[in-house]
Design a protein around this ligand. Structure first.
Ligand code: SME
Length: 161
């Protein structure tokens, strides 16, 4: 077990800086990507408020396959280019979706989801996974969340694949 002192009453900059430090600490020296994804999903779930799903899909061939997560059981396979996750993976670009119902092809794994943030995980120039965050609140994710999660994933991506 790891105990981190991370206050949610901080500015996003400090929250994400603390969270990134914790992410580095739990993955440092551990080569197993699944174990690391599991701990990162748990960390995000514990410290980022107003989420109903937080986890990873891994790129396997031309599909995304469900990886470690927190939240309700979810769809297992997503075709590359499909939904918010498949779009992020295929285009190697962050998808910050204020209203998932307005996103063409959005895949509703949890009917409670209203907004979504998907961050590609890149290693050696390839997308190897995506981090997917869902919220029951509309427009939950700010640019600060996007930048903070992108920095966090960038800091530990080498240990996620
Ligand atoms: N909504 C995602 C599918 C994954 S679940 O949200 C966990 C999508 O459209 O790709």
């Amino acid at each position: 077990m790891h105990d981190f002192t991370i206050s949610q009453d901080q500015s996003p900059d400090i929250l994400y800086s603390d969270l990134t430090s914790a992410a580095r600490a739990v993955t440092d020296g551990e080569p197993d990507a699944i174990a690391n994804m599991a701990n990162i999903a748990a960390l995000i779930w514990q410290y980022i408020p107003d989420l109903n799903w937080a986890g990873f899909y891994r790129v396997l061939g031309d599909q995304l396959v469900l990886g470690p997560f927190q939240g309700k059981s979810a769809c297992i396979r997503i075709a590359m280019g499909q939904g918010v996750c498949g779009t992020a993976a295929e285009t190697n670009s962050v998808q910050r979706v204020a209203d998932v119902h307005a996103f063409p092809g959005h895949i509703a794994c949890d009917a409670d989801s209203r907004s979504e943030l998907v961050v590609p995980v890149c290693k050696d120039g390839s997308v190897i996974a995506v981090l997917d965050l869902d919220s029951p609140l509309p427009d939950r994710f700010s640019l600060a969340d996007q930048n903070g999660m992108t920095a966090l994933i960038g800091a530990i991506a080498n240990n996620l694949g």
